[in-house]
Ligand binder design. Structure first.
Ligand code: ADP
Length: 798
């Protein structure tokens, strides 16, 4: 519409230019301008009447086309291609591109139409050479103007489209954000509502349970039932306390928290709260400044919560036995200052700020093990803030923490003083200081039925410990530990069949305990079951990856716990049987302690090739070949067995390693694989014992008409040792002249002789009396060898 107004007005205005520049062509120009004006008028009317065919786009295109054609016609009248009005064409192309909002293809169509008309009409009129030159020159400018304009219109269109799309998506995103924001707010409101409702719903049954338990307390109960009721009371009130804290938090969130201030004596309040944390066994709360009254206008119920939280933290993050708390109340003119100091685990400096945030607990293994919700201090801060006071903390890791509260006293006056009533719902259940365990001791229960498997229960929570004890003692003997280090001691003393341990415990966590158990060769095979409050696959995987044999999440089903533990115990018993069998098998060839060593996998290195100084003893029966030829097989085997049993027991007794039997011959090593400090001496002592024992055997055999005696050879020196053989048959062997020498000496020994090499004699000379034998010519030795026969041990001199 605006463009048409512009056209209708501008066209007559340009008549002035026609008059000034081309007065002689005025009539023709006026005709064209009249046609142009008529065109604009017709289109304008169509626009006004909203004729369907003349859409805004068509009308805009017509605006451009009519203007362009008229100017082209003017050039025809004003001298063809040489006419200056061709500049008008450039001008209208430019103006159209800038102000007429039509698409670039429409612009292109309008420009093509105009150029066609311009060239067609001007060529039809006879043209001079100058005119043709001007046509070429004009074409250059006109075409490039058109191309440049079309390009910029196209670019502008694209920019506009991109901008439009960006705006659309921006609007869509902001609409989505608004919607999700509304949804979140609604969800938050619903959550708070649900939270408040469910907490209320939980409070009712809990209060009723508490009531029932309290009534039960008044009945005359046996000690066990009394303990059960007490444990129920403690834990139900803890739950109630937590729920109340959550409700309080919800109230703070919704801005519904209000203070009901009264004038009270803070000294009395501090004394009464502190009394709940005192122990019957020893004093652990030290009060200062509470003997005089300290009036303040506060909400007593909320203040009680503050004190309970600070006191319970002071003892919770502390040693059960050694935990102490010092409380100082200072009354100043317009404010009260209360300090609660403990000697607990302390808080790292970088975490001091965070601990007042909701659900925040100090990170790191030191506190991870303490149960808690991370609500307490957030509540303390909110309550103190509502009282227009401030709470601060100072702490040193490993030394303790001091929480300081500054409270304005308000308009406290003695006339308005009220006494603070007891209110169960704000108190924290205080845990006893492990009296159950110290009373019962940590020795296994039901020692009489000692064939029952033994389970070690490790938990720092006394109630949980006694609950587990109750459940497991139905099937097992039970031993208790209240923390990791303690558990390790118990495990070393009692070698339990299973360890059931809590994960988060003071000082030594369940993970640390597990590591210690697995690191101890004697405890290594004991199954360890984790008991943890963290449910879910992640916790399960974590436990199993740490090397626990199983994992039970709290709350657990008693039967499931029993089933899991008994499976593991059964598996362990089977494993033990297997180990015993293996041990027996190996012990047939090796001394029992060596068998133990191999099964425990402690000293695999001796199986690898190595060099060591050893003493080798060979023993065999004189006259055996002749006897074997004539004897019945049963008799032969019985005699051999008798002889080998006797000699075998001596080998074990003297710490030798029976390397092999071969018929009546036996080869024994000293000092490898089991280290024997005086190996040559030990071998000689054993040889004498063997000679004595075989003399007894010989007497028995002679009575049965069997003529057998023993010969022994001993040599000492370096040999290469290790396992030789192939996959299905391996042997532990010593290779070197020392074995050969011992074997040859044994071969030379007459009945009752113990022949030793010169090197052995060097070691045992002070110990034995001997006589030289030889020199002997021995197979495998180039020079004759001087040997010595041991007559016996020298008499012991004082
Ligand atoms: P909760 O005790 O339930 O974990 P709190 O809000 O009461 O939650 O305390 C937050 C954290 O601050 C605790 O988990 C603990 O790490 C730390 N903390 C509070 N009081 C003490 C204290 N007296 N000694 C050491 N650490 C403390």
């Amino acid at each position: 519409m605006v463009l048409y107004y512009l056209g209708l007005i501008a066209n007559p205005v340009f008549i002035a230019a026609d008059v000034l520049l081309y007065r002689e062509y005025l009539s023709s120009l006026l005709e064209i301008r009249a046609v142009l004006e008529l065109g604009f008028v017709i289109c304008f009317v169509m626009l006004k009447r909203r004729v369907a065919l003349f859409t805004p786009n068509v009308l805009l295109a017509l605006w451009v086309l009519i203007g362009n054609l008229c100017i082209a016609q003017m050039t025809v009248i004003l001298g063809g291609f040489t006419a200056q009005y061709y500049n008008g064409l450039n001008l209208v192309f430019l103006a159209a591109a800038v102000i007429v909002p039509i698409s670039w293809p429409t612009h292109l169509a309008a420009q093509l139409g105009t150029l066609l008309y311009y060239y067609g009409a001007n060529f039809l009129h006879a043209q001079s050479q100058a005119g043709l030159d001007a046509a070429i020159e004009n074409s250059f400018f006109l075409v490039w103007t058109c191309v440049a304009l079309l390009f910029s219109v196209n670019l502008y269109e694209r920019l506009q489209r991109a901008e439009f799309q960006a705006r659309v998506s921006e609007r869509r995103i902001s609409r989505q954000l608004e919607a999700s924001n509304r949804k979140l707010l609604e969800l938050d409101r619903l959550k708070s509502e649900f939270f408040a409702n469910i907490s209320h719903e939980l409070r009712t049954p809990l209060t009723l349970s508490l009531g029932a338990l309290k009534t039960l307390q008044n009945f005359s109960l046996n000690p066990e039932s009394e303990q059960l009721v007490l444990s129920g009371l403690r834990n139900t009130s803890r739950l109630l306390f937590l729920i109340n804290e959550l409700l309080d938090l919800a109230k703070f969130d919704s801005g519904r928290a209000e203070l009901r201030k009264r004038c009270i004596d803070m000294a009395t309040l501090v004394r009464s709260v502190a009394a709940n944390f005192e122990s019957s066994q020893k004093s652990r709360v030290h009060l200062k400044g509470v003997s005089e009254s300290a009036l303040a206008e506060v909400d007593p119920r909320q203040m009680k919560k503050v004190l309970y939280n600070l006191f319970s933290n002071a003892f919770k993050f502390n040693d059960y036995e050694k935990g102490q708390v010092w409380v100082r109340l200072t009354a100043k003119e317009d404010c009260l200052e209360l300090e609660i100091e403990d000697n607990g685990i302390g808080i790292p400096r970088d975490q001091l700020e965070r601990i007042f945030d909701r659900f925040t607990q100090v990170e790191g293994s030191a506190t991870r093990r303490y149960e808690g919700s991370g609500i307490g201090l957030a509540l303390v801060k909110e309550i103190v803030r509502l009282h227009e006071g401030a709470v601060t903390v100072e702490s040193k890791v490993g030394q303790g923490s001091t929480f300081t509260i500054k409270l304005p006293r308000g308009r406290a006056s003695p006339e308005d003083l009220v006494t603070v009533e007891d209110d169960d719902t704000v108190t924290v259940p205080v845990l006893p200081i492990c009296e159950q365990d110290s009373a019962r001791g940590m020795t296994p229960s039901s020692p009489s039925s000692s064939d029952l498997p033994l389970v070690l229960i490790v938990d720092d929570h006394p109630d949980m410990r006694s609950y587990l004890e109750r459940v497991l003692s139905r099937r097992y003997r039970v031993v208790l530990a209240k923390e990791g280090a303690d558990a390790l001691e118990q495990a070393k003393t009692f070698y339990p069949d299973l360890i059931l341990t809590d994960v988060m415990m003071p000082r030594m966590s369940g993970y640390d305990l597990l590591k210690a158990v697995r690191g101890d060769p004697k405890l290594r095979s004991i199954p360890v079951v984790f008991l943890t409050a963290r449910a879910g696959t992640e916790a399960r995987i974590e436990s199993l990856e740490a090397g626990a044999d199983d994992y039970v999440a709290k709350p657990f089903d008693e039967n499931e716990l029993l089933a899991r533990t008994s499976n593991l115990i059964r598996e362990r018993a089977q494993e033990r049987e297997l180990v015993q069998l293996q041990k027996e098998k190996i012990a047939r060839f090796l001394p029992p302690h060596l068998a133990d060593m191999i099964i425990a996998g402690d000293r695999d290195d001796f199986l690898k090739g190595h060099r060591a100084e050893i003493t080798v003893l060979f023993i065999d029966l004189r006259g055996f070949t002749a006897f074997a030829e004539s004897a019945e097989p049963e008799v032969l085997i019985a005699i051999l067995r008798e002889y080998q049993t006797e000699m075998g027991s001596l080998i074990s007794e003297y710490g030798g390693t029976l390397e092999r039997f071969s018929g009546d011959a036996m080869m024994v090593f000293f000092n490898d694989p089991i280290p024997v400090p005086n190996h040559a001496e030990q071998a000689v002592r054993m040889a004498i014992a063997m000679r004595d024992r075989s003399a007894e055997l010989r007497m028995k055999w002679t009575k049965r008409g069997i003529d057998l005696g023993v010969g022994i050879g001993i040599a000492t020196g370096y040999a290469s040792l290790g396992v030789i053989g192939f996959e299905r048959r391996r042997d532990y062997a010593a290779i070197g002249p020392v074995t050969n020498l011992a074997a040859r000496l044994c071969g030379e020994a007459q009945h009752g002789q113990i022949l030793i090499s010169g090197r052995v004699l060097e070691v045992v000379e002070p110990l034995v009396s001997s006589e030289a034998v030889g020199p002997l010519t021995l197979k495998g030795f180039q020079r004759p060898v001087l040997a010595y026969n041991i007559k016996g041990l020298r008499p012991f001199k004082d």
